[in-house]
Design a protein around this ligand. Structure first.
Ligand SMILES: Cc1cc2nc3c(=O)[nH]c(=O)nc-3n(C[C@H](O)[C@H](O)[C@H](O)COP(=O)(O)OP(=O)(O)OC[C@H]3O[C@@H](n4cnc5c(N)ncnc54)[C@H](O)[C@@H]3O)c2cc1C
Length: 382
């Protein structure tokens, strides 16, 4: 079914971003996959080309266009390129972390941080997960105890996307460790602060070009001027911003599913078995017909969520539905498509192999499928 989400501005932007990806990401991606990280220069090049901070007001160097459709175009093009993991950090920077700065920074903080975020000199990350907790965020134990004009931060985070490259980390801390939700706050930790160390760049099943790291904090003195919003509001701030994070993951999941389907259609038309293209077998046709239908339906739901986000109306429940459904669909699509590739699908040199490995995490990060169903179920009064 024809999509009606995008206008000509978005298509022009798509062409420009596609050219950027072809030039600046695709040729380097195999090396970055081996390195387990992208160079910091990818961010400054993206910034120089206007692909960071599209929604940041112009007075801080941004594009001044608060329209998530541009973010969605970036995610779609990254997925289409087959070099998705190399660009994943850009979407985390733009879609997931930057909204916290736009929503909660004081004027002084905006002037201090936003120009570097837009130019790509300050790479963003968000650190919620700890070695002992992920889903049950309110039980986190990293502390930030006030001492005059500083907080003293102690604790550890893990699985942090952009963890090695990040300069500015929105960090969930307990400013009142005696409380659960009400004791949480968000603090900006900055590269170079005493006692702020990076641990391992973690070895993963997929998404190899994306750095995912451990962070540790030992008596880190963080100025009170780095508090985001109000003390004790951290949990509420996360709840407010998680719908956009979940939608960003859903958009990418559907685009990855669409890409896998397109590649598989090409493959089944070429590859022959028993004298016929494997796409001509009824099973192949039915599997691909099913996937095409489900991707169409998912695209339309997600497009409506993007419209709702732009209108300030995306609910936590609808974003959870999008994240749950689209990432499960992505998993189903890459699995079925890999099967249609036969043994070649298991070979790393075939894009479907990478798509399969890269897809597995999307049902887990940003809140697991089970937690999404908890959110949806609670809304049903259960
Ligand atoms: C590659 C990668 C990148 C990541 N990036 C970031 C990042 O940038 N920042 C960040 O803060 N975190 C990040 N994460 C962490 C991610 O968000 C967590 O892994 C995720 O939220 C799940 O938490 P957990 O791993 O502790 O699993 P757990 O919470 O231990 O859950 C284990 C299992 O139990 C299930 N479960 C838990 N509670 C319930 C319940 N109430 N009902 C039913 N089932 C339940 C879960 O669904 C899951 O299946 C990343 C993780 C990975 C692997």
């Amino acid at each position: 079914m024809k999509r009606t989400l995008y206008e000509s501005d978005h298509e022009d932007f798509r062409a420009a971003f596609r050219a950027f990806v072809e030039k600046e990401i695709v040729p380097h991606e195999p090396g970055w996959e081996s390195d387990g990280i992208v160079p910091r220069e990818l961010y400054t090049t993206a910034g120089a080309n206007g692909f960071l901070g599209i929604d940041v007001p112009e007075q801080y160097g941004g594009g001044g266009v608060p329209d998530f459709r541009f973010n969605a175009v970036i995610a779609e093009e990254l997925m289409r390129s087959g070099a998705a993991a190399a660009g994943l950090g850009l979407t985390l920077h733009n879609d997931i972390v930057l909204p916290y700065l736009l929503a909660y920074c004081t004027e002084e903080q905006k002037q201090r941080w936003l120009p570097g975020v837009v130019s790509g000199e300050k790479i963003l990350a968000i650190a919620m997960t700890e070695p002992g907790i992920g889903s049950d965020l309110a039980s986190m134990s990293t502390t930030a105890i006030r001492d005059g004009d500083h907080y003293v931060v102690n604790g550890a985070k893990t699985f942090i996307t952009n963890g090695v490259n990040a300069d500015l980390v929105v960090t969930a801390v307990k400013t009142d460790p005696s409380q659960k939700h009400k004791g949480m706050s968000l603090l900006m930790l900055e590269r170079g602060m005493d006692g702020f160390e990076r641990g391992r760049n973690l070895d993963k099943l997929g998404q190899h070009a994306q750095d995912t790291a451990e962070l540790s904090f030992t008596d880190v003195p963080v100025p009170v001027a780095n508090l985001l919003g109000e003390e004790g509001q951290g949990f509420a701030q996360l709840v407010t911003n998680l719908p956009q994070e979940r939608l960003s993951i859903a958009v990418a999941a559907v685009a990855a599913a669409r890409t896998a389907l397109t590649q598989t259609l090409e493959y089944v038309k070429e590859r022959k078995a028993f004298g016929s293209p494997i796409g001509s077998f009824q099973n192949s046709k039915f599997v691909l017909a099913e996937l095409d239908t489900e991707i169409d339906i998912a695209e339309h739901y997600v497009d409506d969520c993007v419209r709702a986000l732009n209108a300030g109306e995306l609910t936590a429940v609808d974003a959870s539905k999008a994240k749950y459904w689209c990432t499960e669909l992505q998993g189903k699509v890459v699995d079925r498509c890999l099967q249609l590739h036969g043994g070649y699908g298991y070979m790393s040199e075939y894009p479907i192999s990478k798509a399969y490995a890269d897809a597995r995490i999307t049902r887990i990060y940003g809140g697991t499928t089970e937690i999404m169903k908890e959110v949806i179920g609670r809304n049903l009064g259960l």
